[in-house]
Design a protein around this ligand. Structure first.
Ligand code: NAD
Length: 357
């Protein structure tokens, strides 16, 4: 296969972790006989410094023309001035919009070797393997909002607004994903209180009943799910939910494995390139020291091969290589728990060795 892939290193540790993911992609292409054209473009703070724009037009054009995009991270104290004309994060929001990415996929997986880093007890988290599918371009973050005055008091409002097609497409995407996993789908809403949640439930129920009757389907209220996630996370396979609930629940769930440096995510649309990235930020506190954990970004590159290029064996090979280096005891500082640690590049070396073996 030939594929154009865009790399957006961004700020802070972004370039360091993207370097390692790039090495892995090159090795996978060689091992499986593919040709990946890897192009780097500007986004975030570095793009503001060099062009005045956190998402310059050449970056947008390159992303649109690509098969998929792999992002490091954006942001940092240098660009935090609240009076600044623009901010690095604006580049991220804009690229999601430009590519029409309506669903965010966040796998939450625990690794047996790292499970003691979880804030929860081993017997609760061990074996957790959840895929969150969060609606990304609708709901309360994008509905009508404003400020005003009510009964003489300053007031503000935001509106949770969903249309039937917005709900259908994200539920379908989640249901398809469940078919490729353990066949369980859970839709999360607040249908006992909120009108848009009642619509969400009605549409989700219908889509699953008519198109995915083979799935083991359930619905859970968002407040109950907040509890279930920390009391019985193993019981869930694919969880689909709206933008606001997904934002909060995925951050809660990201604590389960106990290591931010291990978790990838993907944002995908109906067609066209998806955007793949680690869930962590630019970690300015460790940037430039060569100690960042590149595994989340390497796992994001595996998600990219699976979801955008349908290269399932290649993705599985990367995931197996990551499991092997962990089983062999390789740790960057963030997951070493005070023990011996290796550098970002050395972790990349270990993954390459595991891939080659
Ligand atoms: P962060 O995720 O960058 O860092 C939180 C903590 O985790 C830090 O101590 C950091 O050193 C550590 N950490 C994160 N990733 C790591 C890795 N791969 N290896 C080792 N340690 C790692 O969150 P923050 O400090 O709140 O934010 C820093 C900057 O990143 C801010 O400007 C924020 O806006 C931005 N940010 C960007 C994204 C993104 O690009 N998608 C996401 C979140 C935050």
């Amino acid at each position: 296969m030939r594929a154009n892939l865009v790399l957006l290193p961004g700020d802070g540790i972004g370039p360091e972790i993207i370097d390692q993911a790039e090495r892995v992609l090159v090795a996978v292409a060689e091992k499986f006989g593919h040709q990946f054209e890897l192009e780097r473009h500007l986004i975030g703070g570095i793009a503001i410094d060099e062009t005045g724009d956190p998402l310059p037009q050449p970056t947008i054009d390159a992303c649109r023309a690509s098969a998929a995009v792999l992002l490091g991270a954006v942001g940092g104290p240098k660009w935090d001035d609240p009076n600044a004309k623009t901010r690095p994060e604006a580049g991220l929001l804009k690229i999601r919009k430009e590519l029409g990415l309506f669903a965010n996929l966040r796998p939450i997986q625990t690794y047996p070797e790292l499970v003691d880093a979880s804030p929860l007890r081993r017997e609760i988290v061990e074996g957790t393997d959840i895929l969150f599918v969060r609606e990304l371009t609708g709901g309360i973050y994008f509905g009508p909002s404003g400020k005003g005055e009510v009964d003489g008091h300053e007031s503000a409002y935001a509106t949770m607004l969903y249309t039937v097609p917005e709900i259908e497409r994200v539920v379908r995407l989640a249901a398809e994903a469940a078919r490729g996993r353990r066949g369980k789908l859970c839709s999360v809403d607040k249908a006992n209180v909120l009108e848009p949640s009642r619509l969400w439930r009605r549409v989700a129920d219908r889509v699953v009943r008519e198109e995915f009757p083979d799935l083991d389907y359930s619905v859970v209220l968002v407040d109950a799910m907040a509890m279930h996630l920390i009391s019985r996370p193993r019981d869930f396979d694919v969880i689909v939910t709206s933008n606001l609930f997904g934002d909060i629940l995925t951050d809660e769930a990201s604590m389960l494995p106990g290591s931010l440096g291990m978790l990838p995510s993907a944002s995908v649309g109906a067609s066209g390139p998806g955007l793949f990235e680690p869930i962590h930020g630019s970690a300015p506190d460790i940037a430039g020291r060569g100690i960042a954990n590149p595994l989340a970004t390497i796992l994001a590159s595996a998600m990219m091969l699976k979801h955008s290029l349908q290269l399932h064996d290649e993705a599985a090979a990367i995931e197996a290589a990551v499991r092997k280096v962990l089983a062999d005891g390789a740790r960057t500082a963030d997951i070493a728990r005070g023990g011996a640690s290796i550098s970002t590049t050395a972790m990349g070396d270990r993954v390459l060795q595991a891939l080659a073996s």
